[in-house]
Design a binder for this molecule. Structure first.
Ligand code: ZN
Length: 410
């Protein structure tokens, strides 16, 4: 284990050109550079596919909305300290940068009549939201003011909550394994003393019982005072390189918003019923997720979300055409590939190692002549030259499998 400041994601983010924090843009408003954006794009696509395959439907909704929407949701009443002040366009037209996606997703549910046959209805979005964090607590990607949240809301019947929570816990496990997230523990976040919670005691007790039942047999700690203002939640915690704990994944139970938005569906009995709303995030915000992933992998991401997966190194000018041709084939196969032809071979290998590129393909005169490629793995291991198609298939196979290792395990 290196010194914590050696694996600070802010330092690695600079060295690897992943993101930049420019004071002119504002504190807590980092900009994702091409390498960071490529990695994030791969992760977003993966999460979207995982959600789609598990019955989620994706929507797009705007990151701001009318003041009345957030009065109705309870955010302006219970959460205003964490929000940017409303923007006033005219006396009766004020807009709010949203602090959460749930109000918009409640409107998705309400967009037309709903039947019990549609439940559980899973509405997902990777969407923008804003928190007015004090500038003193901001740093890199771990605390930001503009948040890109992997979010979803399940609307279901009360008797479907247990199965839905179990399903979500399974998805979280799958996503953590692919990304290389190592959870530090599970937390049941409960209501604390004070006035900052909506709903009555019976609602809270019922919600806590449901989450406790979902966690039966698992190790977890209880954390009074850590609940959302509208309900208790299961939080999955991580610890960063400096030893700070935070939440990466969450499942929250909410009886309040369906009341506030007067959500209902038609049951099998033909009458109106109130759904339960589950808020859940599999991997949290892209910002906090990457702050963590950069540190836990020390910048050496699994190949499937590495910004550049393969760098081709022609030994000299004689292999330039062969390298360009192979790069085209690799790109056609869906890989993120570059050709690096400038400077000594040793310097280029060192540069690719500094950038944590998972695969290097060295092309000498003999490899170019007989269509072969000598692969070197991140970490220095060199494989025997193999047909170029086989090398691309090997890399493509590891990427498609979202493997965390660079070689197949068999
Ligand atoms: Zn929500």
């Amino acid at each position: 284990m290196q010194e914590p400041d050696m694996i600070d994601h802010r330092r690695l983010g600079r060295e690897l050109d992943l993101f930049v924090s420019d004071p002119l843009a504002g504190a807590g408003l980092p900009i994702w550079l091409p390498a960071g954006a490529a990695a994030r794009h791969a992760v977003e696509e993966y999460v979207r596919e995982l959600e789609r395959r598990s019955g989620h439907q994706h929507v797009y909704s705007p990151p701001l909305g009318k003041r009345e929407l957030f009065e109705l949701s309870g955010h302006l009443g219970y959460f205003a300290d964490d929000m940017f002040p409303p923007m006033r366009l005219s006396a009766d037209d004020e807009f709010v940068l949203r602090p959460a996606l749930c109000p918009h997703h409640a409107l998705v549910f309400r967009a037309r009549g709903r039947s019990y046959r549609e439940l559980p209805l899973r509405i997902a979005e990777l969407g923008g939201m804003y928190r007015s964090e004090r500038s003193g607590v901001l740093g890199g990607l771990s605390r930001v003011r503009a948040i890109s949240l992997n979010d979803a809301h399940t609307f279901c019947a009360p008797q479907q909550v247990g199965a839905e929570v179990a399903e979500i816990l399974g998805l979280i496990r799958v996503a953590h394994a692919a990304l290389g997230v190592r959870p530090a523990g599970f937390r049941l976040s409960l209501r604390g003393p004070g006035e900052k919670y909506v709903g009555d005691d019976a609602q809270w007790a019922r919600a806590e019982d449901l989450l406790r039942a979902a966690l039966a047999g698992m190790a977890y700690v209880e954390a009074p005072g850590e609940a959302a203002f509208y309900g208790p939640k299961i939080d999955i915690q991580i610890v960063d390189a400096a030893g700070r704990e935070s939440t990466i994944s969450t499942i929250q139970l909410d009886f309040d918003k369906p009341e506030r938005f007067d959500l209902s569906y038609t049951g099998a009995d033909g009458s109106r019923h109130r759904p339960v709303m589950l808020h859940r995030s599999l991997v949290g915000s892209m910002e906090r997720l990457f702050a963590y992933l950069i540190e836990v992998h020390e910048g050496a991401f699994p190949a499937w979300y590495a910004p550049v997966q393969l760098v081709l190194l022609p030994v000299d000018d004689g292999q330039a055409d062969a390298a360009a041709d192979l790069a085209r084939r690799a790109a056609d196969a869906g890989l993120r590939v570059e050709v690096d032809a400038a400077g000594s071979l040793g310097a280029r290998i060192r540069d690719a190692a500094r950038r944590r590129v998972p695969y290097l393909g060295v092309l000498g005169a003999r490899e170019a002549a007989d269509g072969r490629l000598a692969l070197r793995l991140r970490g220095g291991r060199a494989l025997d030259p193999m047909p170029a198609e086989a090398a691309l298939a090997l890399i493509g196979g590891q990427v498609a499998a979202r493997a965390t290792d660079l070689l197949p395990s068999d």
